[in-house]
Design a protein around this ligand. Sequence first.
Ligand SMILES: Nc1nc2c(c(=O)[nH]1)N[C@@H](CN(C=O)c1ccc(C(=O)N[C@@H](CCC(=O)O)C(=O)O)cc1)CN2
Ligand SMILES: NCC(=O)N[C@@H]1O[C@H](COP(=O)([O-])[O-])[C@@H](O)[C@H]1O
Length: 218
Amino acid sequence: METAAFSSTPSLISPSINKPFLSQELNRGNVAKLGILASGDGSNFEAVAQAIQTRQLNAKIEVLIYNNPDAYVAKRAENSNIPAVLLNHRDYTQREDLDTAIAKTLQQYNVEIVVMAGWMRIVTQVLIDAFPDKIINIHPSLLPSFKGSRAIEQALASGVKITGCTVHLVSLEVDSGKILMQSAVPILPEDTLKTLHSRIQAEEHKILPAAIAIYRLH
Ligand SMILES: Nc1nc2c(c(=O)[nH]1)N[C@@H](CN(C=O)c1ccc(C(=O)N[C@@H](CCC(=O)O)C(=O)O)cc1)CN2
Ligand SMILES: NCC(=O)N[C@@H]1O[C@H](COP(=O)([O-])[O-])[C@@H](O)[C@H]1O
């Protein structure tokens, strides 16, 4: 039977629901081996690392893979003594070649679950086949609304009053995989891209660790 978190309809997880679940996390299953893909600032990477450090998530980040040489996420990994590997997408003419390098690196680190935490590259069947139903993504909208790399701008411009974030499985069709968890936030009349992104990210930092905690037992 599917748990509420994995039903076909998104579940709205409130912080209070998160806490009891995560606090039971420690005694369940083995330590999940995570590989994280990130392209930028890395606040979601940091949220996962902190959930592990505070023993809310029974997992270990085996490796960070990043694709931009100046991405701040690399500094965050260094500060947390987490191995970081730069695979610059500009060094690969074919997407499949980058994905082959990503898959090889993840396998070298014995990764079990792949987490896209602000990974700004579309991945191919090569990576999906290497980790079937084991790649998780955090997206800054209530999917299926506002797919793609400009979700927050599109929500702001659309006039909707509620948006949010989604954790979903990665499929070949972008931002269309099975929804694992969502959280909603209001869009206020005075919102800017910055204020709205900040409100959404506060929820991302809650649901990404929670979704990993639930899914790793899947
Ligand atoms: N095959 C899949 N790949 C990815 C998925 C997915 O569900 N299936 N999720 C995305 C994450 N994402 C939104 O959440 C996203 C990221 C990037 C893009 C995109 O158009 N990227 C461009 C480059 C943009 C840039 O470098 O600034 C590209 O890859 O050409 C769309 C959606 C991650 N990948
Ligand atoms: N379409 C993918 C996408 O837009 N992902 C978004 O990139 C940001 C990364 O922030 P971070 O680097 O601070 O974690 C996050 O807000 C995430 O939802």
